[in-house]
Design a binder for this molecule. Structure first.
Ligand SMILES: Nc1ncnc2c1ncn2[C@@H]1O[C@H](COP(=O)(O)OP(=O)(O)OP(=O)(O)O)[C@@H](O)[C@H]1O
Ligand SMILES: [Mg+2]
Length: 433
């Protein structure tokens, strides 16, 4: 974490013994190196919220948190709920660690079979999410039971290894959940998603079970937590300069202005001032900090600071080391390998992939140039044939082949690759078939 106080320049420090409230706030925090805001979020004992707009450096910070968590607690466990099919530093190769919410669901619950296809897609994602929360909650509850049992038997209390569940894009998932009619949620068995989450957050601390929610908002109520959770989570908001002028700092600005989070007006004013200074620094074209993310945290009395350059974290592969410390996972992997015969995808050719894409495009009713991702195709194919799903990487492999037929162009790369249909894709398709 960069010491914002140093950025005030040496002159201020030399000519004045007066330390302004914002300097003090920043100094207090930046001088205890590993006490950096994100480090605290990664290895502290509270659950966390990382409120961050798209493009503000969320993935980078999250990767950093995962690396630091694993370094600090090599035997600690991790669960990641991912709704986008992103890379997770090799953890995706450790069985049962990363849940791809859109692919790890081989079948729908029986009760979902009457839903329309769109609702069904969301349903399966929410059911998978609910399984992740359940899994975390069971871990928490087992620990509660074990404590009670030990206490009853007069035995010493067990030392638990830390557990961290990360839910990426929690905000988006919660929004989908909120829009689901409660009766359907009940049928699907996902009605107490937030109840269990609140339970874990409020009482998981001493049992060393935590969650880290990645959201776009820091407001506990908006993110499905009860107001009482305020004390049980540490909230970090992160912003970074974005193309549409400064709007990338919205989450940080909202956090430091929030009366509920920082009831003390003096603190709030000091944080706001630090933040103004931090933003001016990272948006200044002449500054070495240009483009650096700005962070604000509720840790202690509240802090504002600049992130270090954490891009190195995204190049780490912690999956291997994680497996090494969790030998049971290797055994599980061998079992899975032995049990599974290669899946037979229902999409077996580029022609089938393009048909899927065109049907999705029609569904979107977008008269311009529909953009379609591999996960759209995957969800579509799953709705058609739930047990036979082609994975996103295989689908993406077809994109360039299909694009070569002039039906579309490709935007982005790797897991952000999008298939952008040409305006006249319908006639092109007819000509081609
Ligand atoms: N701590 C940092 N220091 C310097 N540059 C950073 C830092 N964090 C992120 N960046 C840069 O900011 C850009 C966006 O980062 P990142 O991909 O992590 O953001 P994101 O919020 O996940 O974006 P998206 O919403 O598109 O997924 C990248 O170019 C990244 O290298
Ligand atoms: Mg990202």
């Amino acid at each position: 974490m960069v010491n914002v106080a140093n950025l005030f320049g040496s002159q201020a420090a030399e000519t004045s013994s007066f330390v302004s409230p914002e300097q003090e706030l920043v100094q207090r925090h930046t001088n205890n190196e590993p006490g950096d805001l994100l480090y605290h979020l990664a290895v502290g004992d509270l659950s966390g919220l990382l409120a961050c707009k798209s493009g503000a450096g969320k993935t980078t910070s999250l990767h950093y948190c995962l690396v630091e968590y694993h370094n600090a607690f090599p035997r600690g466990t991790l669960t990641v709920a991912d709704s986008k099919g992103s890379g997770w530093l090799g953890l995706e190769n450790c069985p049962g660690v990363v849940y791809q919410l859109v692919t790890d669901r081989p079948h729908y619950p029986e009760s979902a079979s009457e839903l329309d296809p769109d609702t069904l897609l969301v349903a399966s994602e929410l059911v998978a999410l609910s399984e992740v929360i359940d899994k975390t909650w069971r871990r928490y509850r087992d620990r509660v039971k074990m404590r009670a049992k030990r206490a009853k038997e007069g035995q010493p209390q067990p030392e638990f290894e830390p557990h961290l569940t990360v839910i990426d894009d929690w905000f988006g998932l919660l929004d989908k959940w909120n829009r689901f009619p409660p009766s359907v949620r009940k049928d699907l068995g996902i009605h107490n998603l937030t109840v269990k989450l609140n339970d874990i957050i409020s009482r998981g601390r001493e049992l060393r079970v935590r969650v880290l929610l990645i959201t776009q908002s820091h407001l506990v109520k908006e993110v499905g937590l009860s107001g009482a959770m305020k004390e049980s989570v540490v909230t970090v908001a992160q912003g970074r300069e974005s193309e549409d002028e400064g709007s990338g700092f919205g989450s940080v600005q909202r956090l430091v202005k929030d009366h509920n989070v920082f009831p003390d007006e003096v603190t709030r004013e000091a944080l706001k001032q630090s933040l103004r200074f931090a933003i001016a620094t990272v948006t200044n074209p002449d500054s070495v900090y240009k483009g650096t993310p700005v962070l604000a945290s509720t840790q202690g009395k509240g802090f504002v600071g600049l992130a270090d350059d954490l891009r190195w974290a995204s190049d780490q592969n912690i999956g291997f080391s994680y497996m090494k410390h969790h030998p049971e996972l290797s055994a599980k992997q061998r079992r899975l390998d032995a049990e599974s015969s290669p899946p037979s995808p229902n999409l077996q050719s580029s022609q089938q992939v393009i048909e899927a894409i065109i049907r999705i495009a029609e569904h979107l009713r977008d008269d311009g140039q529909p953009k379609i991702s591999a996960s759209n195709v995957m969800q579509y194919s799953r709705a058609a044939e739930p047990t036979k799903v082609m994975d996103a990487d295989s689908i993406r492999a077809y994109f360039p082949i299909i694009a070569a037929t002039n039906i579309a162009t490709i935007e982005g790369d790797r897991d952000r690759m999008l298939f952008v249909l040409n305006k006249d894709y319908r006639s092109a398709d007819k000509a081609g078939s």
